[in-house]
Design a protein around this ligand. Structure first.
Ligand SMILES: Nc1ncnc2c1ncn2[C@@H]1O[C@H](COP(=O)(O)OP(=O)(O)OP(=O)(O)O)[C@@H](O)[C@H]1O
Ligand SMILES: [Mg+2]
Length: 247
């Protein structure tokens, strides 16, 4: 279970997420929807431990998180003070809304570094090739420096491939469906379903089309840094039909 307790997040001295409380149950699929700028990516980055996103208790106006404040807790372990690589070791993965290019670094090298000896390099190559085939990623793209010259959709597929190889407990996908064509969306969705096992998926999206495949257990609506509504899959259809004004 991933718990967020009185979580407030500031960026550049501006409070974006306000006193958020939520429990993500293990093994479930969650969708987070909400208008542009409502704080969805900020929440994802804060959960992953991005240093630009300062997390603090809602009551802490000085924005200095004191030790022992359990703002982010994964399966009983307090992640609040951990850096992102440690959080990754504890089982969190974030697929970025805008995946970056890493010149001179191939995906194999990045994965080896991230896995820190937990998987043999040959196994990483074997898995990467297998998953690439399933996701429709060419061998040429797989062998390139990460995301160099890659299209928007190709970048999203590379994120999904890394997610599968890193094999974490909680996977956050920030707009993995944006800029992805209909066939690729199907490929990505099928892949995520196939390798879900008992993982927790948190899928940030603007569109119902990926949720049609992933069938979320819960849909969360975030507006102005707060979760204002939690519902089932039907809520996503309601949003698609009526927008956020009716929420
Ligand atoms: N690094 C940053 N520096 C300054 N402001 C930021 C930074 N990151 C986020 N913000 C601001 O925080 C607010 C929330 O942004 P965020 O990216 O979390 O929104 P979002 O809900 O993911 O939106 P979208 O649906 O467009 O992706 C925005 O006003 C944004 O400009
Ligand atoms: Mg975003």
């Amino acid at each position: 279970m991933l718990q967020l307790n009185n979580l407030t997040v500031s960026v550049e001295d501006k409070i974006i997420i306000k006193d958020l409380n939520f429990e993500f149950e293990s093994g479930k699929t969650y969708a987070i929807m909400g208008p542009n700028g409502s704080g969805k990516s900020t929440l994802a980055n804060a959960m992953m431990g991005h240093p630009a996103y300062i997390i603090h208790h809602a009551s802490d106006v000085s924005r200095q998180t004191p030790n022992n404040k359990d703002l982010i807790v994964l399966d009983g372990k307090n992640l609040t003070e951990m850096e992102s690589n440690k959080r990754s070791d504890e089982g969190i993965f974030l697929s970025f809304q805008s995946p970056l290019t890493l010149s001179g670094v191939r995906v194999y090298q990045l994965l080896q570094l991230a896995l820190n000896g937990k998987k043999d390099p040959l196994q990483i190559r074997h898995e990467a090739k297998k998953y690439a085939k399933e996701l429709g990623i060419s061998e040429e793209l797989l062998g390139r420096p990460l995301n160099e010259g890659a299209s928007g959709g190709e970048r999203k597929k590379m994120e999904v491939l890394q997610a599968a190889i890193l094999d974490k407990k909680v996977l956050i996908f920030d707009e993995v469906d944006t800029g992805v064509d209909v066939d690729s969306l199907k490929q990505i969705s099928k892949f995520l379903i196939k390798y879900k096992k008992n993982k927790t998926y948190i899928v940030i999206t603007h569109y119902n089309r990926i949720l049609h495949y992933l069938k979320p257990d819960y849909v969360l609506v975030m507006i102005s840094g707060k979760i204002v509504k939690v519902g089932g899959a039907d809520l996503a259809y309601e949003i698609e039909k009526n927008g956020y004004t009716s929420i």
